[in-house]
Design a protein around this ligand. Structure first.
Ligand code: PBG
Length: 328
């Protein structure tokens, strides 16, 4: 057979020919420095979470050990969530700002064992709210905005007092970033940052997380405060507001199904962009891998690369430690 020869000047495959050439021209690299590991703490022994295989609810001591294992692999940031017992849950979620609560204790324990690890905390009422909502629920079922913001400010201050580096309001109330900034500054915490959950969608991908915290709404859904999955222009509006109010980072959540929003943020944001690969995204990979249908390690790397390529500087992911191990 004769050698057919196309008259091509551009042959993109030349840049894919060898591993060394591919490594040389790759635009997006993964590094554990960009990962944030979400961790769950509770009053009790370390235990597996049924709805999230491979993820634990930790005692304070167990959690500090996990922070150390992550740090050894280059994961230098964690975000904390508390699974609170029912008897600590009230309609106004006051446990959220208890200075002797479990989150302040955990922050202190991490900071004394691993002072260089960046400690982020989740700011919202759902772990402590007997209604399972991120804000206070009025008798008519409305999630009240301004009263909630007041409690979120107290919660943020409690976390900052305990030594948190960055507070991350995940509640989607209007005006909370500005109010939290003012509260922190007023109390001398000018160096404590705010990572705003800016475009947080009303997503079914949060299901396994709510199982981990037993924090599902007791009635209704979160659609009056979390964003409609059909919208992205509105995400830009939230972004402008959060940055104007003093956010140091803006987050898109979930990540995988909203990469277009990550990209829109990355194109215009003047602050770093974070994306949260949430519990449902984690679980899909774990479930498919457990049944032998997908190659877990390859999928982890590919999903995280996709999120970075879309424009995220920071990725919150339950795979942080596992991915760091794969990269080492
Ligand atoms: C609560 C909060 C949620 C998540 C992070 N903070 C759940 C929710 O809003 O219902 C979800 C994280 C995940 O699914 O991994 N404010």
């Amino acid at each position: 057979m004769a050698h057919p020869h196309l008259e091509l000047t551009a042959r993109p495959r030349r840049n894919r020919r060898t591993p060394a050439i591919r490594d040389m021209v790759r635009e997006t690299e993964l590094s554990p420095a960009h990962f944030v590991l979400p961790l769950f703490v509770h009053r009790g022994p370390d235990e597996a979470i049924d709805s999230m295989p491979g993820v634990n609810r930790w005692s304070v001591e167990g959690l500090v050990g996990e922070v150390g294992r992550a740090a050894d692999l280059g994961v230098q940031a964690v975000v904390l969530f508390e699974a609170a017992p029912d008897d600590l849950k009230t309609p106004t979620g006051d446990e959220a700002w208890n200075p002797d609560g479990l989150i302040p204790q955990t922050i202190g324990a991490i900071k004394s064992a691993h002072p260089d690890t960046v400690v982020m905390t989740d700011v919202a009422l759902d772990p402590y709210n007997s209604d399972g909502h991120d804000g206070i629920v009025a008798p008519d079922g409305t999630i009240v905005n301004d009263e909630t913001v007041d409690v979120l400010c107290r919660q943020s201050l409690t976390h900052a007092d305990a030594g948190a580096d960055i507070v991350a309001p995940s509640d989607m109330m209007d005006g909370r970033v500005g109010a939290i900034r003012e509260t922190l500054d007023h109390h001398g915490h000018t160096e404590v940052g705010i990572c705003a959950y800016t475009a947080k969608y009303a997503s079914a991908f949060f299901g396994p997380f709510r199982g981990a915290l037993d924090s599902a709404p007791r009635s209704g859904d979160k659609k009056t405060y979390q964003m409609d999955p059909g919208n992205s222009r509105e995400a830009l509006r939230e972004m402008e507001l959060d940055i104007a109010e003093g956010a140091d980072m803006v987050m898109v959540k979930p990540a995988g199904p909203y990469l277009d929003v990550v990209r829109r943020f990355a194109e215009v944001s003047v602050v770093p962009v974070a994306a949260y690969q949430v519990s449902g995204e984690y679980l899909m990979v774990k479930a498919a891998a457990a049944s032998g249908w997908l190659d877990e390690q390859a999928i982890i790397t590919e999903t995280l690369t996709g999120i970075r390529r879309a424009g995220a500087d920071v990725i919150l992911t339950y795979f942080a430690t596992q991915a760091a191990e794969l990269l080492s």
